[in-house]
Design a protein around this ligand. Structure first.
Ligand SMILES: Nc1ncnc2c1ncn2[C@@H]1O[C@H](COP(=O)(O)OP(=O)(O)OP(=O)(O)O)[C@@H](O)[C@H]1O
Length: 382
């Protein structure tokens, strides 16, 4: 059983703490994606699991065995990196077989049969006698995967394995990798800075920043219930809108936006002075302002000005500013259906339903209140 336990892992390089007291349990057969911005410590965590780095402190267990002092070859893991690391002078067959050379208990014929079986699964049988420089990027990636799978390891460790592929191939390989992982039932830790990969491939996502684990959970949990502003901003595209301001007796007061909280939010933010309002672009409703007067607006409606429209085919991103266009940066981004026609420069009515807002502590960044989801998301009194 390939479960992984990471206990209080710290890795320092001189003055730099790359990983800071990270604890994480990864279940047998789980697909866990480790995600975060450049330099946050993802690769270092993976390299500690692989045995390519020695932890400064903390413990690593794979399948119940303590790993800290074990060489990579004895950890029953297979790694796939972004540069594939295929041996250029060897054929695909030899590259894949190489993974088995050190495994005991295989006859030559069994090794050959195993390579052919995996090549068949990956759709690369016809490439077995080619050399790596005679393959496309996607084919090389498949061979690198094949070489990892052929050994039937307990654990796959993957570091940005798709980053050298073009967008279309990347999307295809994403699906393929996921199916393979399920078929072979191998515990997988997959490092990426690409949140689409994190959201679409994983059973759970672990978000790191600055050496720290920020949150770990199923993708939709991170999306709907981020524990802090960092996770809220990192997960979701386009990014969540953040508006800084103050909680004045249950009313949010920002430079351009005043927003009365409903009773549920008032309770949640009670005691916090500096707060940040968070709302996802797809949770903002926009309609034309033709004939609408300021006095017609409800408590959660605002007149705004469309400063830029980014068409994305089936959707548009609207950049919204103050009605007089006086805010230095656009105040909000809203996502609307591609067939909703708004004109650049026009006035619109923006509605932010209280059931859709998140509120973060202005100092710590911790979530004080998350968007309500499901049928209970009715608006309480204002
Ligand atoms: N061998 C090393 N020597 C010194 N510092 C290192 C070494 N490896 C990593 N670091 C530092 O540790 C921190 C974490 O690096 P790491 O490669 O784990 O980040 P990452 O999240 O994988 O980033 P990226 O997405 O850019 O690959 C960085 O500040 C990096 O400069």
């Amino acid at each position: 059983m390939g479960e992984i336990v990471i206990e209080n892992l710290t890795k320092e390089f001189g003055e730099t703490t790359a990983v800071d007291d990270l604890s994480l349990d990864i279940a047998d057969s789980e697909f866990l994606v480790l995600v975060g911005p450049s330099g946050c410590g993802k690769s270092t965590t993976l390299r500690c699991l692989a045995g390519l780095e020695t932890p400064t402190a903390g413990d690593i267990y794979i399948a119940g065995d303590h790993m800290n002092y074990r060489v990579p070859q004895n950890r029953d893991i297979a790694m796939v990196f972004q540069d594939y690391a295929l041996y250029p002078h060897m054929t695909v067959r030899a590259n894949m077989r190489f993974g088995l050379e050190e495994e005991e208990g295989y006859t030559k014929a069994e090794r050959e049969a195993r390579v052919e079986e995996i090549a068949e699964t990956l759709g690369i049988s016809e490439l077995l006698d080619r050399k790596p420089d005679e393959l496309s990027g996607g084919q090389q990636q498949r061979v690198a995967l094949g070489r990892a799978i052929v050994r039937d390891p307990e654990v796959f460790l993957m570091d940005e394995p798709l980053s050298n592929l073009d967008a279309k191939l990347r999307a295809e390989m994403r699906t393929e990798l996921q199916q393979l992982q399920h078929r072979f039932d191998v515990t997988t830790v997959y490092v990426t800075h690409n949140q689409t990969e994190a959201m679409t491939m994983s059973d759970r996502v672990a978000v790191m920043d600055d050496g720290h684990l920020q949150q770990v959970g199923p993708p939709l949990e991170l999306y709907h219930a981020p524990e802090n502003r960092f996770v809220a901003g990192f997960i979701g595209e386009p990014m969540m809108n953040f508006v800084e301001g103050r909680n004045e007796g249950g009313r949010f007061v920002g430079t351009y936006v005043e927003y009365p909280f409903d009773a549920t939010i008032r309770d949640a933010v009670d005691g916090a002075d500096d707060v940040v309002l968070g709302v996802r672009p797809e949770d903002i409703a926009v309609s034309t302002a033709d004939g609408v007067d300021e006095s017609d607006l409800g408590a959660h409606e605002f007149l705004m000005h469309v400063s830029v429209i980014e068409p994305h085919g089936d959707q548009n991103v609207l950049h919204l500013n103050h009605p007089d266009d006086t805010a230095e940066d656009d105040l909000l981004h809203a996502l609307t259906g591609g067939t909703d026609i708004f004109e650049q420069g026009s006035e619109v009515v923006v509605t932010i339903d209280p059931s859709h807002v998140h509120v973060f502590d202005g100092e710590s960044g911790d979530a004080l209140h998350n968007r309500r989801i499901g049928p209970e998301a009715e608006v309480t009194n204002v």
